[in-house]
Design a protein around this ligand. Sequence first.
Ligand code: GLY
Length: 382
Amino acid sequence: MDGEDQTRSGADLVVAGAGLIGLSCALEAARSGLEVVVVDAGAGERASEVAAGMIAPVGEASWGEEALLGAALDSAARWPGFAERLEEETGEPVGYRRCGALHVGLDRDETAELRRMHDLHGELGLESEWLTAGACRKLEPGLGTDAAGGYVAAGEAEVDPRRVLAVLRIACRRAGAAIREGVVAGVRDDGSGRVAGIELADGSRIDSERVLLATGVRLGELAAAGTAPIRPVKGEVVRLRARPGEEPCERIIASERVYVVPRANGEVVVGATVEDRGFDTRVTAGGVHELLREAYRAVPEIAELELTGFAAGLRPTTPDNAPVIGRAGPEGLLVAGGHHRNGVLLAPFTAAAIGAMLQDEPVPEAVAALAPGRFAASGVAS
Ligand code: GLY
């Protein structure tokens, strides 16, 4: 499925980064007729390889994050069409499923906190229904006895991020984009404030008047100072497999410390730790223990499932948890990154925003609110 295209030396647009964000933007640009080269540094630190794939603007909503919420709601609404078009263009499924999510409290404190979240949903006009413990169990009979009430967000969805990555690569190539291996070492300018292309770590160059940096946790190293203050936030996940008929739940089940994401193909992802440990991608016994313990409290039947793997990824995270999307540095340089817990959710929104910028179209307010300049203006350095 993946040949390499090593010979190109010029393009209308170079995209640095072949994660969900880079590939989604590259596809958008290639569909519009631009000649696109994607530079792929490999799967090593790619958050989308580890992501559980929740498309969950309600479950991820929080106080004081209105700009992020606007983007999240916009993007969640785009997901069905985004998935359908990808599947049409490639003939490959991406596993999008509007399964809904049930958030449960496993003790009084957790339930009280969930109630506050549910009240916030009401203030924000989000789709969220409060349920008693009995009603939660009626919806999801596999819930453990600790579940003391919670809310259901019926519109939440999930998708298999690793399938999406594979299908995006096919779609990009079909749309004419080239994908080549390499590590971007720097952005070149022409000496008069315009981008001239990129330089790779092996010394080769790709000429281009437009460059999009979508290098996840490494974005801050390439973008202009202060525009992408991104730190890695580690997340460990455990992968399980249910035999047909033994699925532990129908919906995403989440508690304060854990979520359980069931896929249509029987895979069940349990995630995720949230750890500020720099560029550490080790899976720890403590992390796996906590995930399995809390998942077992929420849905005891997970103990019966086959354990198929575990992984740790790095969420690229900005000081306000919202991504940076827009122009940064010399004319022609764009960045898209810092999606923190919402990279999968925000991929269609980000691709549409970057697509509009590449066409020099005016950007809507929801996109302007995520401009990289907001950090430079506040004095936060990368
Ligand atoms: N999207 C959930 C997480 O980052 O763990």
